[in-house]
Design a binder for this molecule. Structure first.
Ligand code: GDP
Length: 297
């Protein structure tokens, strides 16, 4: 399972802390060094780890904690609180336009990250909330992406707008908007093409869609299994096209956890949801506090 190795290491550090009645500054510093190692091994961004340990240390090394009733427990509590903070504290939502006004959500990400699957998962979530959702098949390059979206849309009972693979994504997006306006859709989710690596054509195409269609929320889908790469992808997408938040997929796998812990700190953008499997129901709201509890055990 995700985070297993990180959890195990942190639990060992905590066990040592708990076993000590009194703590010295040196005890805390040793423990934090171990926390630092564990986070680095979990592929958390180096700068993020450094700042995290500094923040914890500032709060943990002091008379209040050292002279308190249960200093080990206090240090553990501080680590927990700082970890929640690292992931954004609050649960973030995709912002919808007020009332019945249409909200346009553009899904972006590298090929294989889980964009098309996640678009259909999201559509199901919004449908459950009583929204009329249109999925737009804008990934005209990956073979089978359109058909995949159609199949998943059908499973979700959500209409899929497609013009095949002979039109440009921009034209498809514009036509989809007209269709949505005529038919009173509340939410339009545009699937876009990913490439294996970040490239200029992909960025240019996304920028072009944004220039031609009012996109209210740009959501980046990243694969948690790719660790620091996921964080670098998020940073680049945010700098190039501007993102509003991230959906982290494949958290059901044996990811080491680095992406979940670094993305917010590196990009300043929240994680909206976590993909927890291949089934269309496997999408969970991202709760920083629950995630921290899961990691810390
Ligand atoms: P796209 O190229 O970004 O559109 O990626 P796809 O939506 O086609 O997904 C790529 C693969 O990842 C597919 O086999 C999906 O079933 C799988 N996938 C997507 N999200 C998740 C997830 O949260 N967990 C797991 N285990 N697999 C996922």
């Amino acid at each position: 399972m995700a985070f297993d190795s990180l959890s195990e290491k942190l639990q060992n550090v905590f066990k040592n802390l708990r076993s000590k009645g009194r703590l010295t500054e040196a005890d805390v510093k040793t423990a934090l060094k171990e926390v630092k190692m564990a986070l680095l091994e979990a592929d958390v961004n180096f700068k993020v780890v450094k700042q995290f340990v500094k923040d914890v240390e500032e709060r943990a090394v002091g008379q209040d904690v050292m002279n308190g009733l249960n200093p080990g427990q206090m240090v553990i509590k501080i680590v927990n609180e700082e970890m929640v903070k690292l992931m954004g504290s609050e649960t973030a939502e995709i912002t919808l336009q007020p009332g019945k006004a249409v909200t346009v959500i553009m899904m972006t990400g590298l090929q294989g990250a889980g964009k098309t699957t996640t678009a259909a998962k999201l559509a199901g979530k919004f449908k459950q909330k009583g929204k009329k959702v249109l999925l737009v098949a804008g990934d005209v390059y990956r073979p089978a992406a359109i058909e995949q979206l159609q199949i998943n849309g059908q499973k979700q009972g959500v209409e899929v707008f497609s013009m095949g693979d002979k039109n440009s994504p921009v034209n498809i997006a514009k036509a989809a908007m007209e269709h949505a306006a005529k038919n009173d859709f509340n939410i339009v989710i545009i699937d876009t093409a990913g490439r294996l690596h970040i490239d200029e054509d992909m960025m240019a195409e996304l920028i072009q869609i944004k220039e031609n269609v009012t996109v209210h929320q740009t959501v980046l889908v990243v694969d948690a299994m790719t660790g620091q790469d996921a964080v670098n992808v998020a940073k680049t997408f945010d700098e190039r096209i501007g993102i509003d938040g991230v959906i982290l997929t494949k958290l059901d796998g044996d990811t080491r956890g680095g992406a979940a812990l670094s993305i917010r700190a590196v990009t300043g953008k929240p994680i909206f949801y976590a993909g927890m499997g291949e089934k269309l129901s496997d999408l969970e709201q991202f709760y920083p506090d629950r995630m921290a509890s899961r990691i810390l055990g």
